[in-house]
Every structure is written in structure tokens, then in C-alpha cells.
Design a binder for this molecule. Structure first.
Ligand SMILES: C[S@@+](CC[C@H](N)C(=O)[O-])C[C@H]1O[C@@H](n2cnc3c(N)ncnc32)[C@H](O)[C@@H]1O
Length: 261
């Protein structure tokens, strides 16, 4: 994980910066102007380095670091939901995974982490300006971890590019749909699912969940699970003990898992 192109540095507060090791002075958000290559290239993992007024520690680019330091444009899937999606899809090294839309690539780096060089990751996205951001995040992942999967990106609406998907693979083992209108996408991609393959729909509002559920049933898929995941963080209390931290108890999305049996 000693990557020559990127360096991860952490502030004491936990704030993470993923810095491209350009060999010229550049402005890095939150760190100011400096020459990243000169400053960071020879800093060992775990060693401290001062940039401007900040004392930072260099860390290896593991999934949580790359996720925290993600470049963002479209709304992202959080690790809370991404971890569940990866496990409920049962993803393993050599799986063939279809993901639409790629958005900022937050889920994509979780998928890239569990597939190996025998695996296939097909992404679809109609907005090239979103895909460009996702590619930066995916490239960091590909360059940071051994044996990344083959990645194939298709520009367009997933329901309009099934022929292009079929040119890459005739069937897939897993599908994730994080897009606004699930039914047309489900009708288009369900026929690509191998027996045993699973589909996850990420649905911020209940109407999306219900429509996705109906579309899965029309396609003959078995809905295995639908619901949402609640996460409640705990912290140390100032007068001793641990307790739930103050703060919002937020909603991300409803998830639906369906299988081709
Ligand atoms: C919320 S973002 C996805 C975020 C992504 N899962 C992540 O974790 O970064 C939704 C994306 O779906 C794309 N999209 C919308 N309709 C689509 C369709 N029919 N097919 C494929 N992608 C679509 C949007 O352009 C947008 O980038």
C-alpha cells in the first residue's frame, strides 16, 4: 500500500486528506500551498509531517481513508449502507458486478475493494461530469490496492445500454441501482442476472422502494429483504462513561434486496 501517486495524511481531529504527489507547488484544500512530492514522498507510514501550521500523520490508503478523503459531486452511499450492500450481494473476488449510476464512486470503491483481478466491475452513468469524479476515486483505489478488478464504464442511461453491457458479459452476479427511477432500470437489467444473482436498489424515499419492489416482482425476482439501517454512534461522556453522542439520527435510504432464483 505504499503508493507512489497518492499519499494519505490525517489530522489529529481525524480529518483525512488524499493528496496527489505532484512535483510542483499546488493548493490542496485544507492544507494550503505546498509541493506534495517533496513534502510527502519520503515520509514513512505512521510518521509525522508538518504542512503549514498542521501536524499530520501519514497513513496507508485503506478503504476508510479513501472513503473519508473521497472527491464528491453526486450524493454518495455511506459506508453504513455500502457494507450491507456488499455483504447482502455476497460479493467475492471473481464476481461480475453491474453498478448504475456511478455518481461519485463511493460505492464503487467498496466494490473494487472486494473484487480481484478475475472480477468484473461494469459501471454506467449518463452524466460524464459525475463519472469524471468517480474515476478519480476509482483510480486511487486501483492504484492503492493489489489485484484490482477489470473495470468497464459505459456512458448513458442503464436502460438504454443493455446491448453494450451484453458486449462485455452475457450475465452478471450482482447489480446495484442507485438512481432516481428504478423500474425502467430493473426491467432492463433483470434479464442479465445469472441464477442466484442478487440486485440491490438504493431508494431514498418510500415511493421509490415500493415501485422498485413491484418492478422486481414483475421481473420474477424474489424480494429477500427491504428496510433501512439505523446507526447510532457512541462517545465518551465528559464526566466519565460512554453514551450515545448528541447529534442528528439521520436517514440515508431504504434498501431492497432481490434474487434471481
Ligand atoms: C446518487 S448518485 C449515485 C451515487 C453513487 N452510488 C455513490 O455512492 O457515489 C445517482 C447517479 O445516478 C445517475 N443516473 C440517473 N439516472 C440513471 C440511469 N437511468 N442509469 C444510470 N445512471 C443514472 C445520476 O446521474 C447520478 O450520478
Amino acid at each position: 500500500m505504499d503508493n507512489p501517486n497518492w499519499a494519505v495524511v490525517a489530522e489529529d481531529s481525524g480529518r483525512i486528506h488524499v493528496v496527489e504527489l505532484a512535483d510542483k507547488p499546488v493548493k490542496v484544500k485544507g492544507l494550503g500551498v505546498f509541493n506534495p512530492s517533496e513534502t510527502l514522498q519520503n515520509v514513512a507510514m505512521g510518521a509525522e509531517v508538518t504542512i503549514g501550521q498542521k501536524l499530520l500523520k501519514r497513513l496507508p490508503p485503506r478503504l476508510p481513508e479513501l472513503n473519508t478523503g473521497l472527491m464528491r459531486r453526486a450524493q454518495t452511499i455511506s459506508p453504513k449502507d455500502a457494507g450491507f450492500i456488499v455483504s447482502r450481494l455476497g460479493l467475492g473476488g471473481e464476481d461480475r458486478v453491474l453498478e448504475a449510476g456511478i455518481g461519485s464512486g463511493a460505492l464503487s470503491i467498496h466494490i473494487a475493494r472486494v473484487l480481484n483481478s478475475e472480477g468484473l466491475h461494469i459501471t454506467v452513468e449518463p452524466r460524464d461530469e459525475h463519472a469524471e469524479v468517480a474515476f478519480v476515486n476509482l483510480r486511487r483505489a486501483q492504484e492503492s490496492w493489489p489485484s484490482p478488478p477489470k473495470h468497464h464504464h459505459i456512458s448513458g442511461l442503464v436502460e438504454e445500454v443493455t446491448d453494450q453491457i451484453k458486449n462485455v458479459t452475457h450475465e452478471v452476479d450482482a447489480i446495484v441501482l442507485d438512481l432516481p427511477d428504478h423500474p425502467p432500470a430493473i426491467h432492463a437489467v433483470a434479464p442479465l442476472m445469472a441464477v442466484g444473482a442478487r440486485l440491490v436498489c438504493y431508494c431514498p424515499v418510500t415511493q421509490q422502494l415500493e415501485r422498485a419492489w413491484e418492478a422486481c416482482e414483475v421481473e420474477g425476482l424474489t424480494v429477500e429483504w427491504a428496510g433501512e439501517l439505523m446507526q447510532r454512534e457512541w462517545g465518551r461522556a465528559s464526566k466519565g462513561g460512554v453514551r450515545p453522542v448528541n447529534g442528528p439520527f439521520g436517514h440515508t435510504a431504504f434498501l431492497l434486496v432481490a434474487q434471481r432464483q
